[in-house]
Design a protein around this ligand. Structure first.
Ligand SMILES: NC(=O)c1ccc[n+]([C@@H]2O[C@H](COP(=O)([O-])OP(=O)(O)OC[C@H]3O[C@@H](n4cnc5c(N)ncnc54)[C@H](OP(=O)(O)O)[C@@H]3O)[C@@H](O)[C@H]2O)c1
Ligand SMILES: *[C@@H]1O[C@H](CO)[C@@H](O)[C@H](O)[C@H]1NC(C)=O
Ligand SMILES: *[C@@H]1O[C@H](CO)[C@@H](O)[C@H](O)[C@H]1NC(C)=O
Length: 320
């Protein structure tokens, strides 16, 4: 072997090693913290990152309530979790976040039947087109207004219990917020093509981050902390499996190069749920199992005042 090809081979091995370690994998959060006696509500807990999170928390002894549209799918996952964790405190409930009546019904039922809510994981999310009966696109309703309503409806319960038991609210979002700006018009249009869909999706990431950041301020008198979580740029979940053919072709190379296993996709959720140090950055943005300072457009106060007014108006609430 010539010296040159030896150098190339060594370079490929080194770059390959770092790629596999830092790009295809991410930081892993290690903790033996137990959650016996704690109740976790997790939306979208029957698939992808939510399911992996639910399984982990069940193994730590928590009571886990999985909420999503498809009860059959949730019950199958419930059986799987019970079998693997040996924890029988798993409950499934139905909610459709694209339907405010369903969200109200769910919140009432949860409030009446569950004693505590210690950890609330807003995880359900979609990247799709289509409209809801409210004349708004599904992305905006499922990825923002529905969970905004749900969070607010459960706040009284969380406020009451926070005197004796602290509460954490975790919200999954993505780094895409960095490229987003909020346009009221995008709430009402049906995005066409993946380019538009992604821009609207990123917009919903931004409004969620604004909400979580300001919710923390609104709740400063209570022992309730809030966290926005980026699971990673591209995580292998059902969401990726369900893409249409053209998008799949488009995503082939990025998938090969950067897509991470779902195991790495729930580590930052876990970090914000369990770590003691994160409360110092309540309201903030977390990625790769650490806190990252928010870009200024996400913490703009007058933008939040506008968004808050809009969100209350859309969901029919009078205040946060
Ligand atoms: N995967 C990634 O690369 C990636 C990257 C950045 C951020 N994220 C974010 O991480 C979160 C989880 O993503 P994922 O990839 O794990 O998703 P996923 O595998 O597609 O799962 C989506 C979950 O949301 C539920 N859901 C969908 N529509 C709903 C509705 N209208 N009402 C109630 N539940 C609904 C689904 O359950 P039902 O079908 O039973 O309703 C399912 O459990 C999302 O918020 C996503 O935006 C993901
Ligand atoms: C929190 O995160 C979920 C999952 O990405 C999202 O659908 C929801 O709209 C978020 N926002 C709030 C206010 O809970
Ligand atoms: C903050 O948001 C308001 C309202 O959207 C906007 O007019 C203003 O330019 C923003 N300020 C900064 C510093 O981005």
């Amino acid at each position: 072997m010539s010296f040159k090809s030896l150098v190339s081979a060594v370079t490929i091995v080194i770059v390959g090693y770092y790629w596999m370690t830092y790009v295809k994998r991410g930081p892993v959060y290690e903790s033996d913290k137990k959650l016996n006696g704690k109740t976790v509500l997790i939306t979208g807990g029957n698939a992808g990152i939510g399911k992996a999170t639910a399984m982990d928390l069940a193994k730590r002894g928590a009571r886990v309530v999985i909420a999503s549209r498809n009860l059959k799918k949730s019950n199958k996952v419930k059986d799987e979790i019970i079998k693997e964790s040996g924890n029988h405190e798993i409950r499934t409930m139905q909610v459709d976040l694209s339907d405010y009546d369903s969200v109200r019904q769910f919140a009432k039922e949860f409030d009446e039947s569950e004693k505590y809510l210690d950890y609330f994981v807003n995880n359900a999310g979609i990247v799709l087109d289509g409209m809801t009966k409210y004349g708004m696109n599904r992305l905006y309703v499922v990825d923002y207004f529905g969970p905004f309503l749900l969070t607010n409806l459960l706040l009284d319960k969380m406020k009451k219990q926070s005197a004796e038991r602290p509460v954490r609210i975790i919200n999954l979002t993505s780094e895409g917020y960095k490229f987003a700006e909020v346009y009221e018009s995008s709430m009402r249009k049906d995005p066409q093509g993946w380019f538009e869909i992604f821009f609207v999706y990123w917009e919903t990431n931004l409004v969620n981050i604004q909400f979580i950041y300001n919710l923390n301020k609104e709740l400063k008198d209570y022992d309730i902390t809030t966290y926005s979580v980026n699971p990673g740029t591209l995580i292998h979940t059902e969401a990726v499996e369900e893409l249409d053919f053209n998008t799949k072709v488009l995503m082939f190379i990025p998938q090969l190069l950067i897509m991470r296993d779902v195991y790495y996709g729930y580590q930052t959720s876990l970090y914000t749920l369990l770590d003691d140090s994160v409360t110092a950055h309540s309201g903030g943005f977390f990625t790769g199992c650490s806190h990252e300072k928010l870009w200024p457009h996400a913490t703009n106060e007058s933008a939040w005042e506008l968004l808050k007014k809009k969100s209350l108006e859309v969901t029919g609430l009078s205040s946060i």
